[in-house]
Design a protein around this ligand. Structure first.
Ligand code: NAD
Ligand code: GLY
Length: 376
């Protein structure tokens, strides 16, 4: 088994990320040194519990760590106030102390929800991220963003709370449904566009191998993505500057998720894929990058079976005025202006609040045809 270790180099709250196949079987010995009490609460969802909980438990047993298990319903609707409240009450009922930790075993939904519980229970306890989706391994498990959704929008209630350890066991991806794997791939492509042209070019060549299950390709992509993410979040933990670039595709994407009901109709990674294409088309229309670069982006995403045009959605979910209303409620709005991340070239993006609401509405109204013509 080959594993890589990265370090997220915060001054006092730095932590390791272990990446590799089979890490779940070593979880107990990796977790034991970083938790304060040999007692933990595993938070997971029903799908992941069925497939991967036994391996984690066996490993905790082997390391002499006592545990409780809480199994949540799978899916984005679980990331709401009601499930958050129940989770906190269930954990408190177990009689935890400040030294008790949580382990989030699952995708971004479990990670965000358990992370937010860890941020708030007893004013903050430690937690370990054990991500089991590609999206969580390359993105959500690292960086300390925790949150729940509200009817007003995604992730509007939450906290920054860094984990004490991340264990990305890439072997768990073998059980992940293909559509979920592809959704996670969108976030990998994001790293290429925002920071690393060479990585993007590598994905153009090797992306299909990765999606077909090539282990070396997958592990390389997870590792490179996390290197980029770790560097960006250490430079700007609270997203006052550079971290904003990690939201490339998300202002459009979150609006599309809200319009499609935060669920199976459009997965988070699919919304990000479509959002990246819309941001790319807008950037091309405004003259910030050439249309051929927008076409490259679309080719990579379409090749992974991801949506690249608004036409992929039902008409009711792509009404410009409604999408714009969601975008105006985004956390990143500044003085009423939508913050957008737009590409300048593959490997470089910039943050802007200069795009007027009317421009955005007109763009969204015309986006179906624009998107279609840009796939060359
Ligand atoms: P998810 O957690 O809903 O997982 C997707 C599905 O895969 C679920 O049905 C889950 O039960 C199942 N699953 C998980 N691992 C599996 C495995 N190994 N085998 C089989 N099935 C498995 O979705 P996600 O895409 O992982 O995460 C999306 C969430 O992450 C969104 O809420 C998004 O807002 C959030 N997110 C957070 C951050 C952050 O920085 N905190 C970043 C990106 C996304
Ligand atoms: N996924 C965006 C961030 O972590 O900042």
């Amino acid at each position: 088994m080959s594993a890589a270790t990265l370090h997220v180099a915060f001054d006092r709250r730095g932590y390791d990320i272990h990446i590799g196949a089979g890490l779940l079987h070593r979880a107990g010995s990796l977790i034991a040194p970083v938790i304060r009490q040999k007692r933990t609460v595993i938070v997971t969802d029903a799908h992941v519990a069925r497939l991967h909980l036994a391996a984690l438990i066996a490993s905790l047993d082997g390391a002499g760590i006592a545990y409780h298990e809480i199994v949540l319903p799978p899916g984005e609707p679980t990331k709401d106030f009601a499930h958050f409240a129940k989770l906190c009450v269930d954990i408190l009922t177990l009689g935890i102390e400040r030294g008790t930790s949580l382990i989030a075993l699952g995708g971004g939904v479990v990670g965000d929800l358990a992370g937010f519980a860890a941020a708030t229970l007893l004013r903050g306890i430690d937690y370990v991220q054990v991500p089991t989706t590609l999206l969580a391994q390359v993105d959500s498990a690292v960086g300390g963003k925790t949150a729940i959704d509200t009817p007003q929008g995604k992730n509007l209630v939450g906290a920054f709370h860094q984990p004490v350890l991340v264990l990305a066991d890439t072997a768990t991806l073998a059980t992940l449904p293909d559509r979920e794997l592809r959704a996670g791939y969108a976030e990998i492509v994001k790293y290429g566009v925002i920071k690393d042209a060479e990585f993007f070019a590598w994905l153009e060549t090797h992306g299909t191998e990765l999606l077909a299950g090539d282990i070396a390709a997958r592990d390389h992509a997870v590792r490179r993505s996390l290197e980029i993410k770790a560097r960006v979040v250490v430079a700007d933990e609270r997203e006052s500057g550079e971290r904003q670039i990690l939201n490339y595709g998300h202002s459009f994407g979150h609006a599309l998720e809200a319009e499609t009901g935060f669920g199976a109709a459009l997965l988070h990674g699919e919304a990000v894929a479509l959002g990246m294409c819309l941001a790319g088309d807008l950037a091309a229309r405004l003259g910030h990058w050439p249309a051929r670069e927008a076409a490259r982006l679309k080719r990579v995403l379409a090749g992974a079976g991801l949506p690249t045009t608004l036409a992929a959605l039902p008409e009711a979910a792509r009404q410009p005025a409604r999408l714009l209303a969601h975008m105006k409620r985004d956390k990143k709005v500044k003085d009423g202006r939508v913050t957008l991340i737009l590409p300048r070239r593959i490997g470089e993006v910039f943050v802007t609040t200069d795009v007027a609401a009317e421009t955005l509405r007109d763009f969204l109204a015309a986006a179906d045809t624009a998107a279609a013509t840009l796939i060359l």
